[in-house]
Design a protein around this ligand. Structure first.
Ligand code: C5P
Length: 243
């Protein structure tokens, strides 16, 4: 992977220049971080599993009409995606209280929320991705009103779809994080789903046992991270052999 031009290296992925202008290769690493990289580790094979899970989900989302950056998976750890300008706002959708919202508002983990709640965080490693209001997004120009409306609309649509998809394989979709980007096509600029959707950025609980099948296993030192990620892939019918 060192022969290509690296554009960016994040906590779990590396982006390289793609073969055509306007394309990028997204490489999935085995590195795991939590609490804004205060906790670091390596989960052997995570990159392979997340690449396949994200491919599966982005393909299914495209099928229901959600525009995404995904073009094709090109290897066990890589996928070809459209180059976008990332909107510096993380969109979180919550169905059941856990993690951040439980801490902030004193709601017991596992409490179903009255309706899906969409939250926004400012994408900044330096600041630890702080929770922000729509007002901040607009006032600081991180996204405009149309983009904000589209991100919210797509986030709820994705939540509906993924909640059903996971329910079908015995998993509760507790919450998840999305990132969107701007795709410039001539004069036009459209908002499309970017980044990845995998157990790194979702909370997924087994419906029968309540077992956590996501990155909380790493964050909370529960162990069995890879078995959990592989179980999600297995239930989706896409268990790849780790390389
Ligand atoms: O920590 P918190 O409860 O706010 O996280 C909500 C959801 O968003 C979780 O599924 C978590 O994995 C995801 N998330 C993420 N990246 C962040 C913040 C949250 O993937 N920077």
């Amino acid at each position: 992977m060192s022969r290509r031009n690296k554009i960016y290296e994040g906590k779990a992925k590396v982006l390289f220049e793609g073969p055509e202008p306007g394309t990028i290769i997204q490489y999935f690493k085995d590195d795991a971080t939590a609490f804004n990289a205060e906790k670091k580790g390596t989960l052997a094979g995570k990159g392979v599993v997340n690449n396949h899970i994200s491919e599966y989900i982005f393909t299914a989302l495209a099928d229901i009409g959600v525009p995404t950056h995904f073009i094709e998976r090109t290897s066990m750890r890589e996928q070809l995606v459209k180059a976008v300008e990332i909107i510096p706002v993380e969109v979180i959708v919550r169905n059941i209280a856990a993690g951040g919202i439980s801490k902030r508002l004193g709601i017991d983990e596992g409490t179903p929320l009255p309706r899906p709640i969409v939250e926004f965080c400012y994408k900044s490693d330096e600041l630890g991705d702080p929770l922000i209001a729509e007002e901040h997004v607009l006032a600081f120009g991180w996204a405009d009103e149309i983009e904000l409306e589209e991100m919210t609309h797509y986030a709820l649509r994705i939540n509906d779809f993924l909640s059903g998809l996971f329910a079908g394989i015995g998993i509760k979709l507790v919450d998840f994080k999305l990132e969107f980007g701007r795709l410039y096509e001539g004069e036009d600029c459209i908002t499309i789903l970017a980044d990845e959707i995998s157990p790194d950025g979702c909370r997924l609980w087994d419906m029968k046992t309540g077992e956590k099948l996501d990155k909380d296993r790493f964050r909370r030192d529960l162990g069995g991270e890879m078995e959990a990620y592989q179980e999600v892939a297995r239930r989706l019918g896409i268990l790849p052999n780790a390389d």
